[in-house]
Design a protein around this ligand. Structure first.
Ligand code: PEP
Length: 243
């Protein structure tokens, strides 16, 4: 069975003053029986990971090399050194703004695994690609190109047009993509592919979480804006635990 996971992506938001918000999420995670992961910006990782409670901590990116002359970057081993257990890779904001390719994402995922981190690999089509009827083909090509040769991964389907826009695909559209991803994971990994969690991401809110979590092969969510406040993130975590 895939693990149920609510993961929060804080992006480039938050300061030391936000640690009380992270503590509120960590406190609630103790009573909610599904895995909660928070991915704050790098400067908060160590303090967030040191807070009491079962909240797991993740980075938002890592370099594919273990160390070296890469000014401004952070390695997977350094994320682990801060107390992170997960890392988001291939987010569409990085694919777009930094030109990250599928093969680079795969190299980063392998680097994460080498340092004991579980990669959360993001995939998703643009609005034009969906309009052209290419959503499934695009997402499956990203999966094939970005996936390391290891079953210890989490997949996040995040249609680019749904991120931070308030737009959410229909239940039928999410179902179609998640079923296609599951089928591809089974082809790649055999029966073990059944245990990989496939998260949906893109404008998940307390108001739509229950409907999204009822979709087969949706094993949780990657949440951006609504993860910044415990009062928004906690109802999403609860909806998943109750699904
Ligand atoms: C994201 O950036 O990963 C995301 C899903 O953002 P939002 O929930 O704000 O759409």
């Amino acid at each position: 069975m895939p693990q149920k996971i609510t993961a929060g992506n804080w992006k480039m938001n938050g300061t030391q003053a936000s640690l009380s918000e992270i503590q509120a999420i960590a406190d609630a995670a103790a009573d909610i029986h599904s895995l909660a992961i928070l991915c704050p910006p790098a400067h908060l990782l160590h303090r967030a990971a040191s807070l009491p409670g079962p909240l797991a901590i993740g980075g938002q990116n890592c370099h594919h090399a273990p160390s070296g002359a890469f000014t401004g970057d952070i390695s997977a081993a350094q994320l682990a050194d801060c107390g992170a257990s997960y890392v988001i890779l291939g987010h569409s904001e990085r694919r777009e703004a930094y030109g990250e390719s599928d093969s680079l994402v795969r190299d980063k995922a392998q680097a994460a695994l080498n340092s004991g981190l579980t990669p959360i690999i993001c995939l998703g089509e643009s609005q034009d690609q969906r309009a052209e009827g290419r959503a499934i083909a695009v997402v499956l090509a990203q999966l094939t190109g970005s996936l390391p040769d290891d079953v210890q991964v989490i997949i996040a389907y995040e249609p680019i047009w749904a991120i931070g826009t308030g737009l959410v695909p229909s239940v039928a559209e999410i179902t179609e993509v998640h079923n296609a991803l599951r089928a591809q994971l089974l082809t790649t990994f055999g029966a073990a592919g059944q245990n990989i969690s496939i998260l949906y991401g893109g404008s998940v809110k307390p108001s739509n979480a229950k409907e999204i979590f009822a979709i087969p092969n949706v094993n949780g969510a990657l949440v951006g804006g609504a993860s910044l406040k415990a009062e928004d993130f906690l109802p999403i975590m609860r909806s998943l635990a109750e699904s």
